[in-house]
Design a protein around this ligand. Structure first.
Ligand code: NAP
Length: 249
């Protein structure tokens, strides 16, 4: 165990694969009690079995983050099991790329509904419990694209920039209640989301990354564990880039 997260009850959205899955496994390995959420119940169940078989405490529930009632139900489920919620990792997200002239309003709305409204819903569903407990940790997964923008990703970029403003506002609101709120802005991480990039695009990307490699899901998971640890108790309202040096401000 690198960080002491013993018995902390942590909800992770988008836990079924990619970055969310890596975060979940690392949180469990550091002692957290994990609540796995995403739409794909089958994948969640498989991951949950893996964790439970290793002796970790874990539960799962299918939830669509664009629906507040799904997240509220998940919070109730976790509280019935473990009485409290210590943290939420708002990680679920999608891309639906297109140039503005071809992007439909429906596509814009789908991405904003899941990526931005999903984070709002996640925060809303846990905030009363955290205020009552006078303790909580909220981590929102933004993106380098929310900071620098990208052609063909206006919906995604807008949603990820929105997360940064949301993070700062809620950090200010909840600081008096000892709840910290931070965002992580990953660069290009090897998951299904980036797997479709062509070899040419990959090479072009590498030229933009000083550390000369794509990131791994564990690069994000390590920071999540740190931000949930007592060592990070004085950090709030920040957006921390984990991108191999791609964005330097
Ligand atoms: P991924 O492999 O495609 O995984 C996305 C996760 O989100 C899945 O678990 C998916 O599960 C879940 N999800 C999607 N829509 C959902 C919904 N409506 N409700 C609940 N869960 C939903 O993507 P990833 O690369 O791990 O990305 C994770 C996060 O990191 C995203 O927010 C993404 O924008 C961000 N990010 C990724 C990169 C990168 O390079 N990969 C870079 C910057 C930021 P189900 O399908 O089971 O619902």
């Amino acid at each position: 165990m690198k960080y002491n997260l013993k018995n902390k009850v942590v909800l992770i959205t988008g836990a079924s694969k990619g970055i969310g899955k890596a975060i979940t496994i690392k949180l469990a390995a550091n002692g957290a009690r994990t609540v796995l959420l995403s739409r794909n119940e089958e994948k969640l169940s498989m991951l949950n079995d893996e964790l439970v078989n290793k002796g970790f405490q874990s539960i799962y529930q299918s939830a669509d983050v664009s629906k507040l009632e799904d997240l509220e139900k998940a919070v109730e489920y976790a509280k019935n099991k473990w009485n409290t919620i210590d943290a939420i990792i708002n990680n679920a997200g999608i891309t639906e790329d297109n140039l503005i002239v071809r992007m439909s309003m429906a596509s814009f709305e789908r991405v904003v509904d899941i990526n931005l409204k999903g984070v709002f819903n996640g925060i809303k569903s846990v905030s009363k419990t955290m205020i009552k407990n006078n303790y909580g940790r909220i981590i929102n997964i933004s993106s380098v694209i929310g900071i620098i923008g990208n052609k063909g990703q206006s919906n995604y970029s807008a949603s990820k920039s929105g997360i940064i403003g949301l993070t700062k506002s809620i950090a200010k609101e909840l600081a008096p209640k000892n709840v910290t709120v931070n965002a992580i802005a990953p660069g290009y991480i090897e998951t299904d989301m980036t797997r479709e990039l062509s070899a040419v695009n990959q090479q072009q990307l590498l030229n933009l990354i000083p550390l000369n490699r794509l990131g791994k899901p564990d690069d994000i998971a390590d920071l999540v564990c740190f931000l949930l640890s007592d060592e990070a108790e004085y950090i709030t309202g920040q957006t921390i880039n984990v991108d191999g040096g791609m964005v330097m401000q």
